[in-house]
Design a protein around this ligand. Structure first.
Ligand SMILES: Nc1ncnc2c1ncn2[C@@H]1O[C@H](COP(=O)(O)OP(=O)(O)OP(=O)(O)O)[C@@H](O)[C@H]1O
Length: 693
């Protein structure tokens, strides 16, 4: 079927427009710049406004493509890397973007139209609407009266809490204690954004912040706040609950300026349970109503969202609608990580100026009185905004010391510092191993390619899986049988799941020899060659003891979420002799047994997970990460953010597999995954609007 529209419009001009449009859409399709869905959208737009000039539907097609890549809008400026279709569009609009404004199709947001032009940005209506609504809701939180009503009194009350919680010790880094500054700043208004790399103390800081907020309420004789903890994925929520429990255990309770008799009340007022943002607001599935909205708000006074870099614009919009306007919102995350799967880059936009602070002098002076710390001049800026004063970047990683190879690799990738990366690649490090197989090694077997020994590539993978598979094959009683009682089976499953969670193969792509598909198959072969798996298994997708599986669809009835990792384990039903069945086991620290069991037939869309994409692993960490980059150095998916996110999934050891060598790595570091969006601009505009006050 031809994608070209039939030129049956009555006027000649319209026919000419149609053929120009069709030619450019065809060109966009042929060059791969556009997808069939983008072209179909352009035709739909053209059908709504038959007399519109061709750049209107072409702009719609380019926007549709942009949104599919995670952007919130299409910037109407020339982009050096744009394809021919977009370049032509930009030429048409160069002098005058208003040439796009066309009646009921492209409006300015006053009335609903399919597309909205806002200055030099073109939006789908729903994204423009969400962005504006998020900006207004955040602006109201930033401008609501807070500590600035009586800053001196607020600072005086805070000081003993901060002195107790952040008493200097041998571990305290030189320079400003950003954690203490973050707590102080977050008490000032109803929005706080705390960003920082792995192990910089985001969870520790937020737990201390909540302790201060609740402690001050207790001291006032006010009822404690209802506080919610959430994260964009189930995995991240489980990790948040775990980290919060750890941070609570380390609170210096005895030093707090609160009578000992009130410690129990304070402790009980601090949240320990975390959920997903979807579950919190009552969204099940992508379409349909949510349980909580402005008319049915959440019963919360404060909400903490961890891993906020994975939060997309529309989910944040729904969350802000469900959150009462006077409730606090505290966002935690690493602004340098990959953004959400859906459109938006909320954390990156809010934290754009985080590194250099930009705290106005009055805020710096207040911080001095509240924390006793003088902010160094480079972080002060009299033109700083209320948004700047709500954002803090934590800078000292307690997970990666100065000599940590993982920490150094992560920092060099994040800075895009090619020279430092080359130095690191040449310098052996106890916790980072760099393997550079030939770029054209597609995994033929035991081959030696250009002196490269395939077996050495899989050494660590085989070692990690060897220990795990042995524990699985030994069975619950260690005798190779699987007819144990429930308690023995649970204990065995817990132990093997714990071991499984320590090592993970990650990759950038789904397809290709270095993607999930290829690596799943290659790990299977490596384990078969090592005699650890049955040589007759032809596919990693077959059922076998120890098959790692990834849940790809939520199964709320089973308590399983998209992204959960489990293992296939053998099970001998009582009284059925030696006949074995398969059961799926998932770690569930929240259950007394610590494990959640499911039948294979209960779960749709399971995938084998010897390898996972970095996207899927975001929000999880592993002791040892084996991270494979694609051979195709110019794969546009391989970006600095992806590499940084992959590297920082490793807690103790990192194996970096760079087919083709260091140049591929360097190329990835120069490519940014920046997303177009106007949230920051919309927020600054909303703050300047007196109606927001
Ligand atoms: N001020 C502090 N004093 C002592 N130990 C700290 C401090 N802040 C953080 N830590 C320790 O550093 C480790 C990492 O802290 P935390 O889990 O809060 O960081 P995070 O940024 O939330 O980490 P992640 O990247 O895993 O999300 C923890 O073991 C924590 O106890």
């Amino acid at each position: 079927m031809s994608l070209l529209p039939t030129a049956n419009a009555p006027e000649e001009g319209v026919t000419a427009h149609n053929s120009v449009m069709a030619a450019w859409l065809q060109r966009g399709l042929a060059s791969g710049e556009l997808r069939p869905a983008d072209v179909a959208f352009a035709h739909w737009i053209a059908a709504q406004a038959p007399s519109a000039p061709p750049w209107v539907p072409i702009a719609a097609a380019c926007l549709s493509r942009h949104v599919a890549d995670g952007h919130v809008c299409l910037p109407l400026q020339t982009a050096p890397t744009a394809g021919p279709c977009r370049r032509w569009l930009m030429q048409q609009l160069a002098d005058c973007p208003t040439r796009l404004d066309h009646g009921d199709i492209i409006g300015n947001g006053t009335n609903p139209t399919p597309l909205v032009r806002d200055g030099a940005r073109l939006y789908l209506w729903r994204h423009w609407y969400s962005e504006q609504a998020v900006a207004r809701a955040l602006a109201q939180r930033l401008l609501a009266p807070g500590a600035d009503t009586d800053p001196t009194a607020a600072a005086r009350r805070l000081r003993p809490w901060l002195d107790a919680l952040f008493a200097p010790n041998a571990d305290t880094p030189a320079g400003p204690d950003w954690q203490a500054l973050a707590v102080a700043l977050a008490t000032r208004q109803r929005l706080a954004v705390i960003t920082g790399g792995p192990g910089t103390g985001k969870t520790t800081t937020v737990v201390r912040l909540l302790a201060v907020l609740q402690g001050l309420r207790l001291a006032d004789g006010a009822p404690p706040w209802r506080i919610g903890l959430a994260a964009p994925t189930g995995k991240a929520a489980a990790r948040l609950a775990q980290s919060v429990a750890g941070a609570l255990a380390h609170l210096p309770w005895c030093a707090l300026p609160l009578p000992t008799a009130q410690h129990g009340t304070l402790r009980a007022s601090l949240p320990t349970h975390a959920t997903t943002v979807h579950r919190l607001i009552g969204r099940h599935g992508a379409i349909g109503r949510v349980r909580h909205d402005a008319d049915h708000p959440l019963w919360l006074d404060a909400l903490v969202i961890d891993e906020a870099s994975m939060l997309d614009l529309e989910l944040l919009h729904e969350t802000l609608q469900a959150l009462p306007p006077d409730a606090r919102l505290i966002l935690l995350g690493d602004r340098d990580q990959l953004a959400s799967v859906e459109a938006g880059a909320v954390m990156a936009q809010l934290c754009e100026r985080a590194r250099s602070g930009h705290y106005p002098a009055a805020v710096a002076a207040w911080l001095h009185s509240a924390t006793g710390q003088a902010l160094p001049a480079p972080f002060c800026d009299d033109d700083g905004t209320a948004l700047d004063a709500a954002v803090v970047m934590l800078r000292h990683s307690r997970r990666f010391g100065g000599d940590s190879g993982i920490g150094q690799w992560a920092a060099a990738v994040n800075d895009g510092d090619a020279q430092r990366l080359v130095r690191l690649a040449e310098t052996p490090s106890p916790d980072v191993r760099l393997l550079c197989p030939p770029a054209d090694d597609s995994g033929g077997g035991n081959a030696r390619l250009d002196g490269w020994d395939e077996a050495s590539l899989w050494e660590e993978v085989v070692h990690a899986w060897g220990a795990l598979l042995q524990a699985i094959h030994a069975g619950p009683r260690g005798d190779g049988g699987f007819d144990a009682d429930a308690a023995e089976r649970d204990a065995w499953a817990r132990a093997v799941l714990q071991r499984h969670a320590t090592f993970q193969v990650l990759c950038a792509l789904r397809d290709g020899p270095w993607g999930v598909q290829g690596l799943n198959q290659r790990v299977l072969r490596a384990l078969q060659r090592a005699g650890l798996l049955d040589a007759r298994l032809s596919s990693a997708h077959a059922w076998f003891a120890g098959r790692p599986v990834l849940v790809t669809r939520n199964a709320p009835a089973l308590g399983l979420m998209n992204g959960d990792l489990g293992l296939v384990l053998p099970y001998a039903p009582p009284g059925e002799g030696h006949s074995l069945r398969w059961r799926l086991a998932f770690a569930a620290p929240e259950l007394p047994a610590g494990v959640r069991w499911a039948l294979p037939a209960q779960l749709d869309g399971l995938q084998t997970a010897f390898a996972l994409t970095v996207h899927k692993a975001q929000g999880s960490e592993f002791d040892h990460v084996w991270l494979a980059l694609p051979a195709l150095a110019d794969s546009p998916l391989l970006t600095r953010e992806l590499l940084y996110t992959g590297i920082t999934r490793a807690r103790q050891r990192l194996t970096l597999v760079a087919p083709g060598g260091v140049p591929a790595l360097l190329q990835a570091c120069t490519r940014r995954a920046e997303r177009a969006g106007g949230l920051r601009a919309a927020l600054l505009a909303a703050m300047a609007d007196p109606a927001a006050r």
